[in-house]
Write a protein that binds this ligand. Structure first.
Ligand SMILES: Cc1cc2nc3c(=O)[nH]c(=O)nc-3n(C[C@H](O)[C@H](O)[C@H](O)COP(=O)(O)OP(=O)(O)OC[C@H]3O[C@@H](n4cnc5c(N)ncnc54)[C@H](O)[C@@H]3O)c2cc1C
Length: 412
């Protein structure tokens, strides 16, 4: 062991990853008085491939963190397009969620969050790629760039699965779906519009309906975030060419949006939707590292913020029980919804069901509103009204149909 690695630096809480999930954990823990160090392998101002869309659920989480939203572009609702049907819907404003969302390019959102963590007293170490230090199966600290830090608790917020989650045995469940998505930015005179736009009827180059959607998310800064995403449950997913899908979607919307050229090369990334393990002695995974992405809309920023905050709060309450209690409470908050979402993704992996289901989902304004509430996780099975009723029915029906849906899943 070198002299540099022998002197471990003690902290209360270590956070690996400076995205929304890691920053949220750091803000909360530092505000609670903990000595926190965040390790981020990227440089200051790093970008994350994302649609930059924030649902009302995400706005609520940002409000809880006290984030100033002045720099974000306010969004009032969603325009769903399915073939010739267009439904423009306002966010429902169902308590406790506000009636607005936002688009906030990730370079700026993530910078704002990390700056808040630093202002709360967290130490931010950029360009530090970290690995957990293990003592048997307990994480006792972190190693990065030949230095070591120790702490009773480490929050792993490293995004889609990689070396850190692999070392901890927190991997994607191979039997569960995941998503892939690609995006770029382009200039448009419609950049200041206050509606997200989602085209639900994408087809790949062979004409196969794609379970997923194409999006136009106006950023209010002269540009729109344009992208497409697909679920792994579709037939031919392994051969799906996301660049071609993006090109054909761009061609579809180019005239309506008077799009300028792409401002950067379209880039793709993964959307993890499951994990085999969420905690162990001295550690938890949060955000994408915990597979916390909504299979019904690809949203992950909110789940990152919520899980990061919860991990920090439980650590502040009692470091000894935090990991176990985190697993239980995340399960209570999200497992049923995300399980229904994953079952739903097997359902819409069947082209016929996808086509029929879409016609139904946007068939009337009332049903489209319920679709919006359910897809945005703005209701749960205890919510009164049509949204809650739909969730309860979907929980039950998809639960019964699940084995059949998986058995008959479209071969990749
Ligand atoms: C194309 C696309 C579009 C999307 N659109 C949306 C959307 O519109 N709205 C939405 O809510 N979600 C969207 N998502 C999902 C969203 O981007 C993620 O869910 C979200 O970024 C998760 O946040 P996170 O903090 O868990 O992980 P990340 O944002 O991925 O942050 C992880 C951080 O950890 C760092 N890191 C990794 N390993 C190490 C290491 N060993 N040491 C130090 N640092 C490390 C990385 O550099 C990174 O900065 C989209 C995803 C994709 C791919």
């Amino acid at each position: 062991m070198t002299a540099a690695t022998s002197a471990a630096e003690p902290r209360d809480l270590l956070v690996i990853g400076g995205g929304p999930a890691g920053a949220a954990a750091a803000i909360r823990a530092a505000r609670g008085g903990a000595r926190v160090t965040v390790f981020e392998k990227g440089a200051p101002g790093r970008d994350k491939i994302c649609g930059d869309g924030l649902t009302p659920r995400a706005i609520k989480a940002l409000n809880e963190l006290g984030v100033d939203l002045a720099d974000a572009h306010r969004i009032d609702g969603l325009r769903m397009i399915a073939n010739r049907t267009v439904r423009q819907l306002n966010w429902p404003g169902i308590a406790p969620f506000p009636a607005h969302g936002a688009v906030w390019p990730r370079r700026r959102l993530d910078t704002a969050l990390v700056e808040l963590a630093a202002a709360a007293g967290a130490e931010i170490l950029w360009e530090h790629e970290a690995m957990p230090l293990l003592d048997d199966d307990r994480v006792v600290g972190v190693e990065a760039g030949g230095r070591r830090w120790t702490a009773p608790f480490t929050v792993v917020a490293t995004g889609a699965p990689g070396p850190v989650t692999r070392a901890l045995g927190a991997e994607r469940d191979p039997n569960e779906p995941f998503g892939l998505a690609i995006r770029t930015y382009a200039e448009t005179p419609r950049h200041a519009e206050r509606f997200l736009e989602a085209c639900l009827t994408l087809r790949d180059e062979n004409g196969t309906p794609v379970p997923g959607y194409g999006w136009m998310f106006p950023a209010g800064d002269g540009t729109v975030n344009i992208g497409v995403g697909a679920l792994s449950t579709m037939k031919g997913f392994k051969k799906l060419n996301l660049n071609k899908l993006q090109d054909s979607y761009r061609a579809l919307v180019r005239d309506d949006w008077d799009l300028g050229p792409d401002l950067e090369r379209p880039r793709a990334w993964r959307l993890p939707m499951s994990v085999t393990r969420r905690h162990g002695p001295g550690w938890v995974v949060v955000g994408d590292a915990a597979g916390l992405v909504n299979p019904m809309n690809g949203e992950g920023i909110d789940y990152g913020l919520e899980s990061g905050m919860l991990a920090a709060d439980l650590f502040l309450a009692d470091p000894a029980t935090a990991a176990y209690r985190y697993d239980v409470q995340i399960g209570e908050r999200f497992d049923a919804f995300l399980r229904t979402g994953r079952r739903f993704s097997f359902l819409i992996g069947h082209p016929l069901i996808l086509r029929t289901g879409l016609r139904f989902a946007v068939g009337t304004e009332g049903i489209a509103n319920v679709t919006l509430q359910v897809m945005g996780n703005l209701v749960d099975s205890s919510t009164p009204g049509a949204g809650g009723l739909t969730m309860r029915a979907a929980d039950k029906l998809l639960g019964v149909a699940d084995p059949l849906l998986r058995r008959t899943r479209a071969a990749a």
